[in-house]
Ligand binder design. Structure first.
Ligand code: PLP
Length: 275
C-alpha cells in the first residue's frame, strides 16, 4: 500500500509519523472518509469544505486543498481497487508531551483501504450514552472518536452494525458514523444539525434529493416509524431492518427503496455535487 505522508507518496513501510503528534497524544486532529469508485472520488469538494470547517473549529491552519487533491489522485493511482475508502487525516503536528499545540506544522496523511458494497439493510441498536449538542466539538469531524468505538463495540456485540445516540435532551441525534432518517406517514424526517449530529455529506445530499424534512424527533420515534434508514459515505442510503428488539419486516420499505434509487442515480450522474 502506498500512502501520502509529509508531502509525498511513500510505501507504507517507509511512511513516518511522529509518536509525539498532537493528533495521537490528545486526539487533536480532523479527518474525512471519501468514497472512491474505480479510482474516482465522490463528493471530494464537499469533503474538503467540511475538513476546513473542522480544522478551523480546532484552530488548525486551513488545510491545503490542492495538496490533498493531488494526494488523493496519487494514492488512488498507486493502489487500484474497485471500491475504496480514502482516509484524509489532518493533525495538530508534533508537540512536546503535555504541552499545548503551539505553532507545530500540521500533519497530513492520505491513505486508502478497500471496502465492500454495503448490504441493503442492517440492524441497529440505541445506546444510553448521549451526544452533547452543546459540546465544544459539535459539528466537527475530529479524530477524537473513542466514544464511537465504545458504542460500535456494543452494537457489534448485539449483532448490529450501528449504534444510535440520543442527545442530552433525549432527542434522536445520529449514529457512530452515520445520520439517521425515519419515515412517518410517507414523509421522511431527519434530526436537524442543532440536535448535535454531524452535518453528514450523504445526509445533506439525501435531504436535497429526497425532500426530507429536518425535524426535532423524540427517541421513541424509532418505535413508531414505518421505515428507518441510515446515510453515510460508505453506506450511502441503507435501510434498517431491526432497531433494538423491533423488527421492520420488508426493509427496505417503499420510501427507503425510492430514496436509495434516487441517491444512486444522482450520485452516478455527478461525482462532485455541490450544495
Ligand atoms: N455522523 C458521524 C459521527 C460520522 O462520523 C459520519 C461519517 O463518518 C456521519 C455522521 C456521516 O457523514 P457522511 O455522510 O459525511 O459520511
Amino acid at each position: 500500500m502506498k500512502l501520502w505522508v509529509d508531502g509525498a507518496l511513500r510505501d507504507e513501510a517507509d511512511a513516518r509519523f511522529s509518536v509525539l503528534d498532537h493528533g495521537l497524544t490528545v486526539g487533536d486532529g480532523v479527518f474525512e472518509t471519501v468514497k472512491a469508485v474505480r479510482g474516482e472520488t465522490f463528493a471530494l469538494t464537499l469533503h474538503l469544505e467540511r475538513l476546513t470547517r473542522s480544522a478551523r473549529g480546532l484552530g488548525l491552519p486551513d488545510p491545503d486543498h490542492d495538496e490533498i487533491r493531488r494526494a488523493c489522485a496519487a494514492v488512488l493511482e498507486a493502489n487500484p481497487m474497485e471500491l475504496g475508502r480514502l482516509r484524509i487525516t489532518y493533525t495538530g503536528g508534533v508537540s512536546p508531551l503535555g504541552s499545548e499545540r503551539g505553532d507545530a506544522r500540521p500533519g497530513l496523511v492520505v491513505a486508502l483501504g478497500a471496502t465492500g458494497r454495503r448490504p441493503d439493510s442492517t440492524a441497529v441498536i440505541t445506546v444510553p450514552w448521549t451526544r452533547n449538542e452543546r459540546g465544544a466539538l459539535v459539528g466537527l469531524k475530529t479524530t477524537s472518536y473513542a466514544e464511537n468505538v465504545v458504542a460500535l463495540a456494543r452494537a457489534r456485540a448485539a449483532g448490529a452494525s450501528e449504534a444510535l445516540f440520543p442527545n442530552t435532551r433525549d432527542r434522536l441525534c445520529e449514529g457512530t458514523g452515520s445520520n439517521v432518517f425515519v419515515v412517518l406517514d410517507g414523509r421522511i424526517h431527519t434530526p436537524p444539525v442543532s440536535s448535535g449530529c454531524l452535518a453528514g455529506i450523504t445526509r445533506a445530499l439525501a435531504v436535497e434529493w429526497t425532500g426530507a424534512e429536518e425535524t426535532d424527533l423524540p427517541m421513541d420515534v424509532l418505535e413508531q416509524a414505518d421505515e428507518i434508514f441510515l446515510t453515510s459515505t460508505l453506506r450511502d442510503v441503507q435501510a434498517v431492518h431491526r432497531v433494538d428488539g423491533r423488527e421492520l419486516p420488508g426493509a427496505p420499505g417503499p420510501v427507503t427503496a425510492k430514496a436509495m434509487r434516487v441517491f444512486e442515480e444522482r450520485a452516478a450522474a455527478d461525482a462532485d455535487p455541490r450544495l
